[in-house]
Ligand binder design. Structure first.
Ligand code: HEM
Length: 187
């Protein structure tokens, strides 16, 4: 008598057919190129050193630290709503997707002027380990963001690719925030 193999009841569901790795590799390559290009620009151009400020803040770095913290809070909203969308926590309703999309858009819009000041005025500096780490994570963040946006548009990418991309963006931002804002406020 021949026995038929029975899948374990808790085995992970198989990926639907038609899943391709090519788009993931291409998205990863483009994201990496963006990170490297930002790093090269930051390192090769002469920092202008110009200062900015926003009314109500004591100085430019304080305004940047505040804006970067708003971006961090929006990123946490992104994680929580993403967990709802993936059914990991009991958050349901069409509003979850709307909040996820708009918190992401707002985070990018708010981060860009801060990053432009960093890259254009300060450049990729390497005078100590923390600053090297901050500069690296800043460049990494936008590469990871491009990777995520490219994966988002592909229905045929593996189901793990989008959570991976989101995780990379959050990790980059957390490291970037820790090496700039936490230091700015507490050291
Ligand atoms: C894109 C690549 C980036 C590079 C190369 C870069 C580089 C730098 C450098 C060299 C400093 C001065 C470090 C110090 O003296 O303490 C700095 C500070 C800072 N950066 Fe960035 N950064 C980048 C992206 C970002 C992003 C995306 C954010 C937040 C969304 C950010 C937020 C800050 C903050 C809050 C400070 C402290 C205030 C200041 O010194 O102006 N940076 N960055």
């Amino acid at each position: 008598m021949t026995s038929v193999p029975v899948p374990a009841p808790d085995a992970a569901p198989a990926e639907p057919t038609g899943i391709k790795m090519g788009p993931v590799v291409v998205a990863l390559a483009i994201g990496s190129a963006v990170s490297v290009a930002l790093g090269l620009y930051g390192r090769l151009h002469t920092p202008t050193g110009y200062a900015v400020n926003i009314a109500g803040f004591s100085n430019g770095p304080a305004a940047k630290a505040f804006l970067a913290t708003v971006v961090m809070v929006l990123a946490i909203v992104q994680v929580v709503t993403a967990m709802g969308l993936y059914g990991r926590i009991p958050l349901r309703g069409a509003w979850v997707g709307v909040v996820h999309r708009w918190s992401g858009r707002a985070a990018v819009l708010i981060s860009v002027p801060v990053a432009v000041h960093c890259l254009y005025a300060l450049g990729f500096q390497a005078f100590d380990g923390r600053v090297i780490a901050h500069s690296l994570f800043g460049c990494f963040l936008y590469g990871a963001f491009v990777f995520k946006m490219l994966i988002l548009t592909r229905d045929d990418s593996p189901s793990w690719a989008l959570p991976l991309a989101g995780g990379l963006v959050l990790s980059g931002l957390t490291a970037l925030w820790t090496t700039a804002v936490l230091y700015f406020f507490f050291v």
